[in-house]
Design a protein around this ligand. Structure first.
Ligand SMILES: O=C(O)c1cccc(O)c1
Ligand SMILES: CC(=O)C(=O)O
Length: 338
């Protein structure tokens, strides 16, 4: 019987933890108190993102699969692929303008994806130092980043080209660190949230080019009608296109969680042609970003109530893409094992 390789799984581990027997490390992202350039280290495609304020916060995200991967460097990107999944990571050094280097980095990733044959991009993460600060030309760095990304995406996919779930969040150093996952034969479906304007259609007041990402992406084996693994993008207290509850972290949490629940809901999945439904209790590998350290307890208690007791949840204190946002949350709702 043909089996579809469905062994892609992300986990949060202690640094240096080995994969279980029979499993292989496709990629490793260490959240550190400094940045570490993309490279193959001990045979593993690896990058360190400066996201921790001190050693207590150190945590490592690993992406494991069933087949032994091949790893290497392509231009400035480190990558690994196992025949079904591709992991790729890069860093753009700190600079006065990101538009051009972001365009080039995306170009390189698109080239790699097409050369190696992993056309379905599942999920992208971007960690952007000084995300709310002005660049050398006075443009906010997040907007500068969005400009370069939109130009690269337009060139490859055309203006209507669909992008997967993403995160675009602050970091504590190292320019822009970013990584992505792609698949060869899995079925990818991008989801929107009826409570939110699709990010690619945001009005100009948020920047010259909109952020190109979907609210969630579902990855399923070919032939599966259900949702598969649902990767929920970085989600915040935005209704329509506007930030809601400026200055009130508890209310921002509520709106954020309600947005995530809406994206995953049966009603929303059905509206995207998917006969399935998920709840916040299904989410795993939850990353919570908060702007102010002093909000940690409030955010933690909202998350403890909303998510499963067995979900892995990590908290990072970093800036968020809009200066009026205090919290942003992402997660993955895996499909039930066959
Ligand atoms: O620009 C992004 O890719 C992005 C995606 C999700 C949340 C966010 O703050 C930003
Ligand atoms: C979180 C965020 O920035 C957005 O949804 O646009």
């Amino acid at each position: 019987m043909a089996t579809y390789p469905n062994g892609l799984r992300g986990r949060l581990v202690r640094p240096h933890e080995e994969p279980p027997p029979g499993r292989h490390l496709l990629g490793r992202i260490a959240f550190l108190d400094h940045h570490r350039p993309p490279a193959v280290r001990d045979g593993v495609a690896d990058m360190g993102v400066h996201l921790a304020r001190d050693e207590r916060a150190l945590v490592t995200e690993v992406w494991e699969t069933d087949a032994p991967p091949t790893s290497g460097m392509y231009q400035d990107l480190v990558y690994a692929h196992d025949g079904e999944y591709l992991f790729c990571a890069g860093q753009i050094p700190e600079g006065g303008s990101y538009r051009e280097p972001v365009r080039e980095a995306y170009d390189a990733a698109f080239d790699l994806i097409s050369e190696l044959g992993y056309p379905h991009v599942i999920r992208i993460w971007h960690f952007i130092n000084d995300i709310n600060r002005a660049n050398a030309d006075g443009m906010e760095i997040y907007r500068d980043f969005c400009l370069g990304r939109a130009e690269a995406v337009d060139r490859r996919l055309g203006p209507a080209g669909e992008m997967p779930a993403a995160t675009g969040i602050g970091s504590l150093g190292g320019g822009i660190s970013w990584y992505l996952l792609a698949s060869r034969s899995g079925r990818i479906r991008h989801l929107e949230n009826p409570l939110q304007v699709p990010a690619p259609s945001y009005p100009h007041r948020y920047g010259p080019r909109p952020p190109k990402f979907a609210r969630a992406t579902s990855l399923s084996p070919p032939g599966l009608d259900g949702a598969g693994d649902v990767f929920v993008a970085g989600t915040a207290s935005i209704l329509g296109h506007e930030t809601i509850h400026e200055g009130d972290v508890a209310k921002q949490c509520d709106v954020t969680l309600a947005n995530m629940a809406k994206v995953l809901s049966r009603e929303n999945l059905l509206a995207h042609g998917i006969d399935d439904g998920r709840t916040l209790k299904d989410l795993r590998l939850v990353k919570v970003y908060l702007r102010r350290e002093e909000d940690l307890e409030a955010v933690r208690s909202a998350c403890a109530e909303a998510f499963s007791d067995t979900a892995e949840i990590v908290y990072f204190t970093v800036d968020i893409c809009r200066s009026d946002l205090l919290v942003e949350i992402e997660g993955i709702a895996p499909r039930a094992p066959a």
